[in-house]
Design a protein around this ligand. Structure first.
Ligand SMILES: CC(C)(COP(=O)(O)OP(=O)(O)OC[C@H]1O[C@@H](n2cnc3c(N)ncnc32)[C@H](O)[C@@H]1OP(=O)(O)O)[C@@H](O)C(=O)NCCC(=O)NCCS
Length: 166
C-alpha cells in the first residue's frame, strides 16, 4: 500500500514488511536504544510492536512508518503518528532508530514529513511524550518547533509532554 506520506530527501517512509522484523528486533534489543524505556524487548515483544506500528494505519489512517535509508534500502527504525494510551485524545509523534542511524538528522527529517502530513489531515496539534533525560529526543522536538506543555508521571515513568499546535 502506498502511504499518503511524502518520502524525504534521504528516507523512504512506508508500511512495514516481514523483512523489517529482524533489524527491528536487533534495535529493540540494544540497551542504548532502549535506555529511556523500562526494558529492552525480546523478539516476540518486538514483533508485537511492529504489528502495532503498522496496524495503526488500518485503524487510524496514519501510523508509525518504517523508515528506510534511500541510498541502500537499509531499515533504520520507525517515525510517525499514533495514539498513545496515556493520552488517547491526542496524536503522538514518535521515533526510534537504530544506533547506526543516529546523528544524521534522520529523526527530524522523517518527523518533519509527518508534521506536514498531520497538517494536511487537519489535526489540531501533535504531542510527544519524552523521558526528561532523553536529550536527543528533546532536541528533535525542539527542532520541530514543539514546546513543553506539561510534565507528569504514568506507570512510574516521569515524562515531559511537548506540544506542537498545527
Ligand atoms: C531520539 C532519536 C530518534 C534521535 O534520532 P536522530 O536521527 O539521531 O535525531 P536527529 O539527528 O534528527 O537530531 C538529534 C539531535 O539531538 C542532539 N543530541 C543527540 N544526542 C544528544 C545528547 N546526548 N545530548 C544533547 N543533544 C543530543 C543532536 O545533536 C541533534 O541536534 P542538532 O541537530 O541540533 O545537533 C534516536 O536517538 C533514538 O532512536 N533514540 C533511542 C530511542 C528513543 O529514545 N526514542 C525516543 C523516545 S521519546
Amino acid at each position: 500500500m502506498v502511504l499518503p506520506v511524502p518520502s524525504t530527501a534521504r528516507l523512504t517512509l512506508r508500511r512495514w514488511t516481514a523483512a523489517d522484523r529482524e533489524p527491528f528486533a536487533a534495535l529493540n534489543a540494544d540497551p542504548e536504544v532502549m535506555r529511556y524505556f523500562p526494558a529492552a524487548l525480546d523478539r516476540e515483544a518486538s514483533d508485537r510492536l511492529a504489528d502495532y506500528a503498522d496496524g495503526c494505519f488500518d485503524r487510524l489512517g496514519f501510523g508509525l512508518s518504517a523508515v528506510e535509508q534511500r541510498t541502500d534500502g537499509r531499515f533504520a527504525g520507525f517515525v510517525g503518528l499514533h495514539r498513545m494510551r496515556w493520552y488517547p485524545e491526542d496524536v503522538e509523534i514518535g521515533w526510534r532508530l537504530a544506533r547506526w542511524a543516529w546523528g544524521r538528522g534522520y529523526a527530524t527529517e522523517a518527523a518533519g514529513a509527518w508534521v506536514g502530513h498531520a497538517r494536511e489531515l487537519g489535526l489540531p496539534r501533535l504531542i510527544s511524550v519524552v523521558d526528561p533525560r532523553n536529550a536527543a529526543s528533546l532536541a528533535v522536538t525542539r527542532k520541530l518547533g514543539m514546546v513543553e506543555g506539561w510534565r507528569a508521571e504514568a506507570e512510574g515513568r516521569p515524562h515531559v509532554v511537548t506540544v506542537l499546535d498545527l
